[in-house]
Design a protein around this ligand. Structure first.
Ligand SMILES: [Fe+2]
Length: 249
């Protein structure tokens, strides 16, 4: 497939995303405790090209295992921007950032360049790969929103999201999702409790995660906590060192 130039990528994103009604999406997002699912969010041409460049980053997958909580592979934003910069274009897409800002009714920002988790790939390729229930807690000073985009799913894994868990008096509702290629799930990380159920043998699931925030400020203590969490649970210490070097530049 012919590779798409930077301008063509944004044009393809803009023309595709213009079909979504931001106000209607916001209504549904609020109704579901700041959670929304948008099938076909990415243009098919871009989904296909992301799938085509996946093999370029597979040598940089870092596998981590936390007993009883998590097992799986991750590729940090540093490796994506170096080896597969189309992911960077998708993360920084102006049209998708504008749509996310409409959905949240907030001015959203991309995360700073030293944040390895700003956007990343999660790969489940071994039996039992999963992540247990958790919130995507914001270590930034304000809200953090998670955008998950499906890329490959030849697995029995389900993304299970619990809504209304922090709403006083409300009954928790579960959304069980098979994340299809190009599909988006977008939610407030501090509100939506979620997990991915374990994969079986010879299964494969790849998803892109992207993080957007209403403030890029983070205290030095929480930056340290966030760095340690990313090093241990996702990308390894080598990636954290890259980030520390980058912060001094
Ligand atoms: Fe999460």
């Amino acid at each position: 497939m012919e590779s798409l130039s930077k301008t063509k990528i944004e044009n393809a994103m803009a023309s595709h995303i213009s079909r979504f009604d931001g106000q209607n999406l916001r209504y549904n997002f609020l109704k579901k405790d700041e959670f929304i699912r948008i099938p076909g969010f990415l243009p098919e041409s871009i989904t296909n090209q992301l799938l085509e460049i996946l093999p370029k980053v597979e040598p940089y997958v870092h596998r981590s295992y936390l007993p009883r909580h998590k097992s799986g592979g991750s590729v940090s934003r540093f490796n994506l921007e170096h080896y597969a910069p189309l992911f960077t274009e998708v993360y920084f897409s102006r049209s998708s950032l504008d749509l996310f800002s409409q959905i949240t009714d907030s001015k959203l920002f991309t995360c700073p360049p030293n944040d390895a988790h700003a956007y990343a790939l999660y790969l489940y390729t071994q039996k039992g790969d999963h992540i247990g229930f958790h919130y995507d807690t914001s270590y930034y000073s304000e809200a953090r929103y998670t955008a998950l985009i499906g890329l490959e799913d030849d697995s029995s894994c389900k993304l299970e999201c619990e809504l209304y868990t922090k709403m006083h008096g409300a009954k928790t509702v579960m959304e069980s999702i098979k994340l299809m290629p190009g599909e988006l799930v977008f939610f407030n990380g501090d509100k939506v409790r979620h997990r991915v159920t374990p994969s079986g043998a010879n299964e494969r699931r790849v998803a892109l995660t992207m993080e957007y925030v209403t403030s890029t400020k983070m205290s030095p203590y929480l930056r340290f906590v966030s760095d340690m969490k990313d090093a241990i649970a996702y990308f390894g210490f080598a990636e954290v060192w890259k980030r520390l070097i980058r912060r001094k530049l």
